[in-house]
Design a protein. Structure first.
Length: 190
């Protein structure tokens, strides 16, 4: 591939930022209003708030990770643009799946779809990262895309969640998503 086929990242990053902002906005708009202005009415919506919190953290953590990666990227190509589009397709399901999980917190199907969406995000990030390293040969980029922290550990945590779900506790998938996100946030603060 000639250098003429490479592009800068500015437009992709701006598009990505806009889509994540829209997804986060839709997330909050999907939160149900309490039936009354009381603590008991708010407490009745605790599963919706829990699902929202996890999904909000997923979106913001994904945005942060994308930002960290693209700080070390000088150029992209059409393949990487399409990988980002597929990633955004997967991420765009978060508001729908958040509502599905909030309305069915103990449903294996709802929890499994939510967890699989998050797992597919991680896999797509990994695929995109490998492509980025292929055309941006920088050690800093390789360090930012640490396979152990970005793919292996989250996958193991998800497997634990799915095992818990198969054993009759579907909500362990959401809990494992939360653990993965908190772990990722703490790792990024080092």
């Amino acid at each position: 591939m000639s250098d003429d086929n490479y592009m800068t990242t500015n437009r992709l990053e701006a598009f990505y930022d806009a889509i994540i902002a829209i997804i986060v906005t839709v997330l909050v708009l999907e939160l149900p209003q309490p039936a009354a202005a009381s603590f008991s009415a708010i407490w009745a919506l605790k599963t919706s708030y829990f699902a929202y919190l996890i999904s909000f953290l997923i979106c913001t953590n994904l945005w942060q990770y994308h930002h960290i990666i693209y700080n070390h990227v000088d150029r992209i190509n059409t393949k990487i643009i399409w990988q980002n589009i597929i990633l955004l397709l997967i991420v765009s399901l978060i508001p729908y799946l958040t509502t599905f999980v909030a309305n069915n917190p103990f449903s294996f199907l709802a929890q499994a779809l939510y967890g699989l969406d998050f797992l597919f995000m991680n896999l797509m990030l990994y695929v995109m990262g490998r492509s980025l390293i292929g055309i941006n040969e920088k050690q800093e980029l390789s360090d930012a895309l640490n396979i152990k922290n970005s793919l292996i550990i989250p996958t193991v945590i998800f497997i634990v969640g799915f095992i818990g779900a198969f054993l009759g506790q579907p909500i362990t998938i959401s809990i494992c998503c939360l653990i993965t996100i908190v772990r990722s946030i703490l790792y990024s603060l080092k």
